[in-house]
Design a protein around this ligand. Sequence first.
Ligand SMILES: *Cc1c(COP(=O)(O)O)cnc(C)c1O
Length: 408
Amino acid sequence: MDFLSTPDAEGFFGSYGGSFLPAPIQKEIDKITEMYLKLREDASFWTEINSIRKHYQGRPTPLYYCNRLSKAYQAHIYLKREDLNHTGAHKLNHCMAEALLAKKMGKNKLIAETGAGQHGVALATAAAYFGLSCEIHMGEVDIQKEKPNVDRMIVLGAKVIPATHGLKTLKEAVDNAFEAYLKDPEKSIYCIGSVVGPHPFPMMVRDFQAIVGQEVHDQYLQMLGKLPDHIVACVGGGSNAIGMFSAFLDERVELHGVEPAGKGIHLDGQHAATLTKGKRGMIHGFKCYNLEDEKGEPLAVHSIASGLDYPGVGPEHCMLKDSGRVDYVSVTDEECIQAFYELSQLEGIIPALESAHALAYAKTLGTLDAGANILVNLSGRGDKDLEYVLKNFPAHEYYLEEQESNPI
Ligand SMILES: *Cc1c(COP(=O)(O)O)cnc(C)c1O
């Protein structure tokens, strides 16, 4: 496996990233870094991961050409089908590897926070596979909202622990998960769910997600004999996007990261477009762009896609924004819902609301660069979102008119 040259030894991507933690936690995190750097050079570690990916996760995931959606969007739309991973999203790519690392370190418990429950479900799955115990911290408010995922975690054998202080959502769940980890750092590990948090997580999760870009680089060349003009991926913390982009950073392909504009990027608290609207700052022990108020407190964020509403973002994306290598844009809730119904009704594929943000931007690209070849990372499937969508954006308002057959 080829590794990118970033980050530096302290975990910096340019001026972003690093690790800013109290000394006792830092000592434990350093052990994780040390172990990972060793395993990274160990071929048998990757052989085991690749075997899990093939026989358990269902990799390689397909590359698919959208016949009907391409006509509607006036461009050739290709999907990398990460929704076909076991458990329905790209998250298992890093959860299985984090769990294997934990096992190699002699740990017996995985701890994490979860917002909508997607990371919790993926980690509970990995824990069941490796025979580790699993403790997921989740805000009481989110537990009420995300019952199907809470049920999945419980059936998988994980302990779901409610966070009952403050706003009872994601931030409080992070507080509690950290506390639980500090009580037993010898035998447990805190598994971060994206390319965020202190070093080594942004590097490690990127390496584990790089399989997405590596696979599709070859698949695309095989299918078309050349690379796409554009690649589009949604950005929450940034793991599916960086996994996709990492194989194309040195190629002549335009890369687009799509953030949630929610109800509009001009309305504070109503979006989560961190790279588009944020300032340089610090959150959860690392440096990145942040959505924060004058006092430096994290701002409230909103997106209909709960996997995207985080007020920070991966440090590597911050570096790629400043260098101009990746174009970061945003898509509103309404544009996302349109794309959600369009892919469902034109291709028979129901996307996660997160992934529908990337599709919505592919539609915009079709108007800017008609006839272009556009590859979209379809990070997950939308089953988890059906109840919410049908209640708030009823299907009868979105039935598509008979499509004109546009030659493209
Ligand atoms: C969690 C999630 C995301 C957002 O996370 P990234 O780290 O930005 O990839 C995107 N899509 C799906 C389907 C998710 O579950």
